[in-house]
Design a protein around this ligand. Structure first.
Ligand code: NAP
Length: 296
């Protein structure tokens, strides 16, 4: 099966590589040039020689493809790619799977546009980051038609575990619900860790107590070292995307009269961090935003 991967950012590269290693023919397209060492400097599977063919135009990726996977930053990027006049004829009779994190309304609007252009649209935002993409252990949150899911079955299986939530919009809603938890849990843990450190408490003992309680979440341990060392440089999921997702959550939840003041305060804090240049840092840099370094 030929697959087009549109968007070769952190996630698109990892997913394209995984699909190539699974035996699919993958042609990837990216708007701008890619890091020098890519593709294929560090295959996810040791010893693998599978390569992703990076092509210079979007059409060269899409025309031979049985299925098009889209992994773009946001809605504006999706609109730019889907609706550019020179691309509009490419979607006819094609299945487009959109893995980008966007809002339910944005996803429904894109589905409508793709349908109007004669194509089929499946929403497939993912939970998990580049390590999960490389090992095919993403959780894939589907919204769309069962027939389209069936057609994409082997590709979805290569990337992870799919769950079909219902119509387009419902997979996107679950993704925003989960990412709201990423932001809120990280903020909550950061403040608690900050207090414990400031009072000179043994962090190991604090963590033992937390792990034994009903309040523990595995994400705390995943980010603990980065927070303790205050080293947020290597990002799988950058702060700027968390800001985008919390902004989308706020708007979607507000439309249902959900009180979003707490998330809005967090979003404002993230926006400030991004303005000050932390946008590409790992999202655990939220800790540094909430907990100032101890005085020497
Ligand atoms: P990323 O590294 O920032 O890559 C974004 C991609 O979008 C790049 O290929 C970029 O192309 C492209 N793009 C941005 N604006 C564009 C435009 N106007 N026209 C065409 N292409 C454009 O992001 P990522 O981490 O791969 O994430 C991709 C999506 O998956 C996002 O929606 C993110 O929220 C979601 N997600 C990410 C993770 C994660 O752990 N990173 C996990 C789950 C879901 P250029 O290189 O030319 O800028």
């Amino acid at each position: 099966m030929n697959i087009a991967m549109l968007g070769l950012g952190l996630m698109g590269r990892a997913m394209a590589q995984r699909l190539a290693e699974f035996g699919f023919t993958v042609r990837g397209f990216n708007r701008s040039s890619l890091p020098d060492q890519w593709p294929n400097s560090t295959p996810a599977q040791p010893g693998s020689t599978a390569t992703v063919c990076v092509v210079p135009t979007l059409a060269e990726a899409v025309i031979p493809a049985h299925l098009v996977w889209v992994m773009l930053a946001d809605f504006a990027a999706c609109e730019a790619v889907f609706l550019a006049p020179e691309h509009q004829s490419l979607w006819r009779n094609r299945l487009v799977i959109n893995g980008s994190t966007i809002s339910p309304d944005q996803s429904r609007a894109l589905a409508q546009s793709i349908h109007a252009l004669g194509g089929r649209y499946l929403e497939a935002p993912v939970l998990g980051s580049t390590p999960q993409a490389q090992t095919g252990t993403l959780q894939i949150l589907l919204g769309g038609a069962s027939a389209d899911i069936l057609q994409a079955d082997t590709v979805l299986g290569a990337l992870g575990t799919p769950t079909h939530f219902g119509v387009v919009g419902q997979g996107a809603a679950v993704k925003l619900a989960m990412n709201q938890l990423i932001g809120s849990l990280t903020a909550a843990f950061s403040m608690s860790l900050g207090l414990v450190q400031a009072e000179g408490v043994d962090v190991g003992l604090f963590m033992e107590t937390l792990r034994a309680s009903a309040l523990y979440a595995p994400t705390f341990d995943k980010k603990l070292q980065k927070m303790v060392e205050r080293d947020f440089a290597t990002a799988n999921f950058p702060l700027k995307h968390l800001l985008k997702d919390l902004t989308l959550f706020t708007k979607a939840a507000e439309a249902h009269q959900i009180r979003i003041e707490m998330v809005r305060a967090l979003t404002d804090r993230l926006a400030q961090a991004c303005t000050q240049g932390a946008g590409d840092a790992d999202y655990s840099a939220l800790f540094a935003e909430l907990v100032p370094p101890a005085a020497p």
